[in-house]
Write a protein that binds this ligand. Structure first.
Ligand SMILES: Cc1cc2nc3c(=O)[nH]c(=O)nc-3n(C[C@H](O)[C@H](O)[C@H](O)COP(=O)(O)OP(=O)(O)OC[C@H]3O[C@@H](n4cnc5c(N)ncnc54)[C@H](O)[C@@H]3O)c2cc1C
Length: 490
């Protein structure tokens, strides 16, 4: 008898989101987190991109985050701002929200979902066998589980112990971040070499200030101190502006690495444990949360014996290419912000290109996560453009009155949305897993980057909001597609 179905190592953004997904699917999950509380030393991630906010909306909790943050109608790329107000989503903005706030709101939600978090302990060892996995903690205790998910950050002990390779590119630059008070007012704005100074809160222009400063070297043995931040300010500006009361001093680099495999038997990795890269365009937390939403329902399907365990292989197949693309675009941004003459020339040309609509949309769709299309093995030139893409949040008229697509996904179950005449398919054999909704929709169908698409008569939507089938209810492929993703009929 297992203590839990799933043990999650790490209660950062990825682990918290995965735990919520599993709890919504009635899977018994526990988080083991080394920090004694949800507090963070540094500010780390500064916001949520559109697709992450959409995913939270699909679970009915987006408003909690939106109310605590500030909306900006653009995303950053290589130090420039790209307008995203014309992207077809309700969340056509970047939500500025510090990671510490994100985690606090997530932890409150997990309390409501009654997910246990074992704090001040680490996952140290584990042993896989045919029936499950034994997970040892730093206090000598252990859990028996079916799966272990390493959401334990870039230095992931779980990834290392599972023997998963972490190839990539070494750092070429290193930056220090801090929050400080200053007696003299500093110049606000970006620096040509990257980083810069700005008020921590836009409503408090006189400080405290957030600093991001390029360091002279790439590798350091010691953690940065207050004295070192003052020295860096002197070296960069010729003065430290009377800096005092520093907090949240941390360091980041542009190192890029990605797990060669996101799965090793009963061990999976997600978030920073699966991919690390520079913070350009603020994609780390977002990618981790989206990994979690891709993985959660698949683990639930397997644990409930509705699907064979090779469903978990689709997690790597779908999310590894997304992570690889994030690594590539952060490296491109580092190259575009170098200050030698040729890099500046490349940057100038790139900015001119990004002033055009199509390139702007291409990059904005990528950074915001709205352009993702999973390769479902069934997509060919004639496929409906919705296949593999996120389902838009349409306003619907259903039997119970007006609703919208994301509201239908709040239970984290698959939805068969029929927009045509009722009948033609019997959903009863899957009624414990798939919700069929008959509804009408009269508006346009518009997808980010793709534009207008033809109205389908029915769609099958996975719990993570991606479309795996488009057609009419009498299409024989509907039956096989439901079986492929959600298991055979009972
Ligand atoms: C300076 C900086 C700026 C950033 N800016 C942005 C940004 O603007 N936007 C963005 O999206 N991202 C940004 N990021 C990246 C973002 O912070 C990470 O991508 C995000 O925290 C990843 O979440 P995670 O849950 O995967 O990992 P983590 O946040 O690293 O969480 C891992 C958790 O596991 C715990 N842990 C570690 N080992 C164990 C163990 N063995 N057992 C149990 N628990 C363990 C840790 O205490 C930690 O809580 C930034 C990062 C840095 C450093």
């Amino acid at each position: 008898m297992n203590d839990h179905d799933v043990v999650i190592a790490g209660g950062g953004p990825t682990g918290l989101m995965l735990a919520a997904e599993l709890a919504l699917a009635n899977v018994d999950v526990v988080i083991v987190e080394s920090r004694p509380s949800q507090d963070l030393d540094g500010r780390k991630a500064g916001g949520l991109h559109a697709r992450t906010t959409e995913l939270l909306d699909q679970r009915g909790v987006a408003e909690r985050f939106v109310a605590a943050g500030q909306r900006y109608p653009f995303v950053g790329f290589a130090g420039t701002a790209l307008d995203i107000s014309d992207l077809p989503t309700r969340h056509n903005y970047m939500l500025a929200l510090w990671q510490v706030e994100f985690e606090r709101i997530m932890a409150t939600w997990l309390d409501e979902l009654e997910v246990p978090i074992v704090r001040s302990r680490e996952v140290t060892e584990f042993a896989q066998h045919s029936e499950g996995i034994d997970v040892k903690l730093s206090d000598g205790s252990s859990f028996a589980a079916e799966y272990l998910v390493g959401c334990d950050g870039g230095r992931s002990a779980v990834r290392k112990r599972a023997g998963i390779e972490f190839p990539g590119w070494d750092a070429t630059s290193s930056f220090v971040m801090a929050e400080v008070e200053m007696t003299d007012r500093p110049p606000i704005g970006m620096r040509p070499e990257g980083g810069g100074i700005g008020p921590v809160k836009p409503s408090e222009p006189d400080g405290p200030y957030g600093l991001v400063l390029l360091e002279p070297h790439v590798e350091y043995a010691d953690e940065p101190t207050a004295g070192y931040v003052s020295e860096l300010l002197e070296a960069t500006f010729g003065t430290d502006f009377g800096m005092h009361t520093p907090t949240r001093i941390s360091r980041f680099t542009d190192m890029c690495r990605q797990a060669a495999s996101y799965r090793s038997g009963r061990v999976l990795v997600a978030g920073d444990a699966a991919h690390v890269h520079g913070p350009q365009a603020g994609q780390g937390l977002n990618t981790g949360v989206q990994d979690a939403v891709n993985l959660g329902w698949k683990l639930a399907q397997v644990i409930k014996h509705n699907s064979p365990d090779n469903l978990l292989d689709t997690y790597h197949a779908e999310r590894h290419p997304v992570g690889a693309r994030v690594l590539q675009n952060t490296m491109a941004q580092v190259a575009l912000t170098r200050i030698d003459d040729r890099s500046r020339a490349l940057r100038e040309m790139t900015l001119q290109l990004l002033a055009l609509d199509a390139p702007r949309m291409f990059v904005a769709g990528m950074i915001s996560g709205l352009d993702i299309r999973y390769d479902l093995d069934v997509i060919d030139g004639d496929s409906h453009p919705l296949l593999g893409r996120r389902m838009p949040d349409l306003d619907l008229e259903a039997g119970d009155g007006p609703t919208r697509v994301f509201a239908l996904l709040c239970a984290a179950r698959p939805v068969l949305l029929n927009l045509d005449a009722a009948g033609g398919f019997d959903p009863a054999p899957w009624s414990d897993r798939v919700t069929q909704v008959d509804a009408t929709y009269t508006g346009e169908w518009e997808l980010p980057l793709v534009g207008a698409v033809s109205a389908p008569s029915a769609v099958l939507i996975r719990p993570d909001g991606y479309v795996v089938w488009v057609g009419s209810l009498d299409d024989p492929a509907l039956h096989t597609t439901i079986e492929k993703w959600f298991g055979v009929a009972h």
